[in-house]
Design a binder for this molecule. Structure first.
Ligand code: ADP
Ligand code: MG
Length: 256
């Protein structure tokens, strides 16, 4: 099962399937939040998106999910232009994102939370229940199906948030700082889950994460933004050896 999904992901990537932006610029009141950014995420891979606060990471995620229309540039899903599509249409085309824990339905059970997400993605009641149970099992919440979401510990709420994104059967899933506020051991648990996503679900993962250990360990490739511009792309090893990356993170003094 795991290998099948992984092979499917590789085949999809080989067929040119991807979520991508090309030359994207977003201006707010004339100020560019991102400038000329080009990024491609294929099914089956994990791409880390990093950069200091204010670098433009969330703005880019908003473009990729239809929440923000770019001032310039293109957005494509599997070769089709998705410019101007609503967030709902982008999601139906296979792009899901995680939200903060506050977006959960606090009074519904863990299972119901995931089921609602699957129904919103167009699954029948019965299929939604099966899919919800499956993703909850994979995200380590299989033993808490009946628990009320609002009563879960913080880290389990973060996991449920990821499970909800997966319940819509996405081809691409965008995780915005999933490890925020987690202890080292909780991070290790989360890393196991994220590492398993391409194999278990065949999806591509865009991982925005401040925790360098997490993002360097998990990512096949990294995309580094600073001041809204791409400063480096490459494997974690390539990026960690790059002067522009070191300057952005350590300041010029850290490099000299
Ligand atoms: N809705 C908005 N209106 C005006 N400026 C914004 C808006 N969203 C983001 N920005 C600005 O765009 C820049 C990038 O922000 P953001 O994408 O949130 O960065 P990051 O997620 O990397 O911290 C920042 O300077 C921020 O203040
Ligand atoms: Mg952000």
């Amino acid at each position: 099962m795991r290998m099948d999904a992984k092979i499917e992901g590789a085949a999809a990537a080989a067929a040119g399937e991807a979520l991508s932006v090309a030359g994207v610029t977003v201006r707010f009141d004339g100020l560019a939040a991102i400038s000329g950014v080009t990024l491609r995420l294929a099914p089956g891979e994990i791409v880390g998106l990093i950069g200091p606060n204010g670098a433009g990471k969330t703005t880019l995620v908003n473009v990729l999910t239809g929440f923000q229309k770019p001032t310039e540039g293109g957005l494509e899903i599997d070769g089709r232009s998705a410019l101007g599509w609503s967030p709902a249409k982008v999601r139906r085309a296979g792009v899901a994102r995680s939200f903060q824990a506050g977006r959960l339905f606090g009074k519904l059970s863990v299972l119901e939370n995931a089921q609602v997400a699957a129904i919103a993605a167009g699954l029948s009641l019965r299929d939604a229940r099966a899919r919800a149970a499956e993703v909850l099992d994979r995200t380590g919440l299989g033993g808490q199906l009946g628990q009320i979401a609002g009563s879960l510990p913080y880290t389990d709420q973060r996991r449920l948030d990821i499970a909800r994104a997966l319940a819509s059967r996405p081809k691409y899933v965008l995780l915005d700082e999933p490890a925020a506020g987690m202890s080292d051991s909780e991070c290790e648990d989360l890393m196991r889950i994220i590492r398993g996503l391409p194999g278990s679900f065949g999806c591509g993962v865009l991982l925005i994460e401040h925790n360098m250990h997490v993002v360097m360990s998990l990512s096949d490739r990294l995309h580094v933004l600073d001041g809204g511009r791409t400063i480096v792309t490459g494997t974690p090893a390539e990026v960690q050896a790059d002067r522009a990356f070191l300057t952005a993170y350590l300041g010029a003094e850290g490099v000299e």
